[in-house]
Design a protein around this ligand. Structure first.
Ligand SMILES: [Zn+2]
Length: 216
């Protein structure tokens, strides 16, 4: 859990996750943002900076309304999305918003990510719904995920990207990486003629394991 770590450890973790997002191609340019819940406020990435080159001093601390408390840079423009997730999901201590290419292809289609296909995805991702479109950075955009948060670890943002969340940064990162990997596998499998989905019984066993393992 994030609160068992010091603020300086969490700053270093955010910078490390930023490098991974950039190096894995899940965020390009100045895309994406990362945040963690602190005992007082929320630590987040700044606006307008590449996530591959962040230093601990670049990060911002904001309150529950997104008002900057500490930091010399402007906070991410997507903080309202992060804060909405922290508000609704008290079990969540870390949020990652990225623009992963394969997962975003599904977000453009407007469809939820298919389930019942890959065992690991059933456990780590579970249901991955797609939100309705709204203008990024607005409170209306933040509210597009509200009704989709219960029991989920990842949401596709229509015509935009993805957001993942977890009990700590490493869990949110694992979901981000697995989400893109799963979306890529779905696209690779799509042209094949003889794909066989998991049985209903296997899906139920995996869903039960997800509840135990991921706590949601
Ligand atoms: Zn975005």
């Amino acid at each position: 859990m994030s609160e068992s770590k010091t603020e300086s450890e969490l700053r270093a973790e955010i910078c490390e996750i930023g490098r991974r997002l950039y190096n894995r191609g899940l965020c390009s340019g100045i895309d994406g943002n990362i945040s963690v819940r602190l005992n007082q406020g929320f630590l987040c990435t700044p606006a307008g900076m590449c996530k591959g080159f962040l230093t601990p001093e670049d990060l911002c601390i904001v309150d529950k309304d997104g008002v900057l408390l500490t930091g010399s840079r402007a906070r991410t423009s997507e903080i309202l999305l992060h804060l909405e997730i922290f508000r609704v999901r008290q079990d969540v201590d870390a949020v990652i918003h990225s623009h992963p290419p394969c997962a975003t292809a599904f977000a453009i289609s407007g469809r939820d990510l298919p389930q019942g296909i890959l065992a690991e995805a059933e456990v780590l991702l579970g249901r991955v719904p797609t939100s309705r479109y709204a203008m990024p950075g607005t409170s209306e955009f933040a509210q597009t995920v509200t009704d989709l948060l219960e029991g989920s670890s990842a949401i596709l943002l229509a015509n935009h990207g993805a957001v993942t969340f977890g009990r700590d940064l490493h869990e949110a990162w694992a979901v981000s990486e697995s989400l893109e990997n799963y979306a890529r596998i779905l696209l690779l499998a799509a042209p094949l003629q003889d794909n066989r989905p998991l049985t209903a019984e296997d899906q139920a066993r995996l869903a039960a394991f997800r509840k135990q393992y991921m706590g949601c």
